[in-house]
Design a protein around this ligand. Structure first.
Ligand code: DGY
Length: 416
């Protein structure tokens, strides 16, 4: 299946719905590919890094060939880069995947990681400056798409505050030609997504200007904890590679973003929530991104207990975990993209975090759910937490990749 999505050096998430190279899709795909073809797995990552911007950003989509089946394509973004790309990033899982490949592999893999190390470090510096220019220790996203969790209710606060300009360029969506519209974001949401893209384009993708004046600026527990974990993994790689000159810089990043994570703790719900950076307003429920606190290794013992209790409660409410929005909250929709469904790449990271934290029973529950979902309901993009239905795009690369990886890592007892 992953081979069927291979376009010669890069893998599309699925045909038609997503016909280009996506940042975090490619990273997770490399993790799965590694078990069948190591060189091809590395090529996936080196290809992604070939699209790195001069300022260090690794964009969320790389448009290698124009494909009218997808909207918004390169003409909407107008980033002026070669190859053409989108104008913002996506959850930086790259360093963590690199570390996993090195840990599963040998000397060759370590040398490949060495050849990519400085690019990945530049990517982390970009996140730390462009997305936290005042060094508060809180990573911002400038578009819900940057979080990878496009239409999660987390973003409703920031999205509702966006006024769609009269001169918003007219557009025709393509996603709803490929997937049922009740499994995708709404038209009102798309108008706002495009408003942010139009702002970025008019600002020539000047990220300082977008941070200060853009239509949307929120903190995401997902990106915050993924970035923190990525820095811990980058430090481990630096140590394995004896790159001593980089230790203190990466340690400083870990310190700064660990401290900053406290700003995402919402006392009202006893957990980590998304938050509007400009107004301080919190989102009001637990998500699968909140559960990445264990993966990021943040929080006091008391906070961790509260998060574990949320995790147990939410899992008791659904047949398959981890849903992308709390099923007890009014905004839960079991089939609509990031407003309820289970995503196995998120499960993969949550399982890692829970295992590291010694929460073995919770990790085991999620591992079993992940396996069962895929074996019973196929290689879908996402799944209904109530009945397991496979949703969104089918023959999905990252779902196949996580299945392969878990098979090797947990069942054939290779190190994860
Ligand atoms: C889409 O087109 O739905 C993507 O999620 C944007 O990255």
């Amino acid at each position: 299946m992953i081979q069927g999505n291979d376009r010669g050096g890069y893998t599309v998430p699925t045909r038609r719905l997503y016909p280009y190279q996506w940042n975090w899709d490619s990273c997770f795909t490399a993790l799965g590919l590694y078990h069948v073809d190591r060189d091809r797995a590395w090529l996936e990552l080196t290809g992604l890094l070939d699209a790195q911007w001069d300022d260090g950003m690794v964009p969320h989509i790389v448009f290698r060939k124009n494909d009218p089946d997808y909207f918004p394509g390169p003409a909407m973004w107008q980033t002026g880069t070669k190859p053409p790309t989108s104008g913002h990033s996506q959850p930086p899982v790259l360093a963590s995947v690199l570390r996993q490949l090195v840990e599963m592999g040998g000397a060759d893999d370590l040398e490949k990681a060495r050849s990519l190390f400085s690019k990945v470090l530049r990517y982390h510096r970009w996140f730390a400056t462009a997305r936290d220019p005042d060094a508060k220790g809180v990573i911002a996203i400038i578009h819900p798409w940057e979080s990878g969790r496009d239409n999660c209710p987390d973003w409703d606060i920031g999205m509702n505050a966006i006024s769609v300009p009269d001169n918003l360029e007219r557009y025709a969506r393509r996603d709803t030609a490929h997937v049922q519209s009740d499994q995708r974001p709404t038209h009102e949401q798309y108008d706002r997504y495009l408003t942010i893209v139009q702002f970025g384009r008019e600002a020539s993708w000047n990220h300082e200007m977008i941070y200060r004046n853009g239509p949307f600026l929120m903190a995401d527990p997902g990106i915050q904890f993924i970035f923190l974990r990525a820095n811990r993994d980058l430090l481990s790689l630096a140590r394995q590679l004896d790159l001593e000159q980089h230790y203190s810089e990466i340690q400083d990043l870990i310190h700064r973003f660990s401290e900053g994570s406290a700003w995402l703790w919402n006392d009202a719900v006893g957990g980590y929530c998304a938050r509007d950076i400009r107004t301080g307003e919190f989102s009001s429920a637990m998500t699968n991104a909140s559960m990445l606190c264990f993966y990021g290794q943040v929080g006091t013992d008391e906070q961790n207990q509260s998060m574990t209790a949320h995790c147990r409660r939410i899992l008791s409410l659904c047949k398959y975990g981890m849903p992308s929005w709390d099923p007890s909250h009014a905004a839960f929709e079991s089939q609509r993209y990031w407003r309820g469904p289970v995503w196995v790449i998120m499960n993969h990271m949550i399982i890692k975090g829970l295992s590291d934290a010694g929460e073995t029973d919770l990790a085991e529950r999620l591992r079993a759910d992940t396996k069962q979902l895929i074996e019973m309901h196929g290689m879908a993009e996402y799944f209904d937490p109530v009945d397991g239905t496979g949703l969104g795009g089918m023959d999905f690369s990252w779902t196949a990749a996580i299945y392969l990886h878990h098979l090797h890592a947990y069942e054939l007892s290779v190190e994860s």
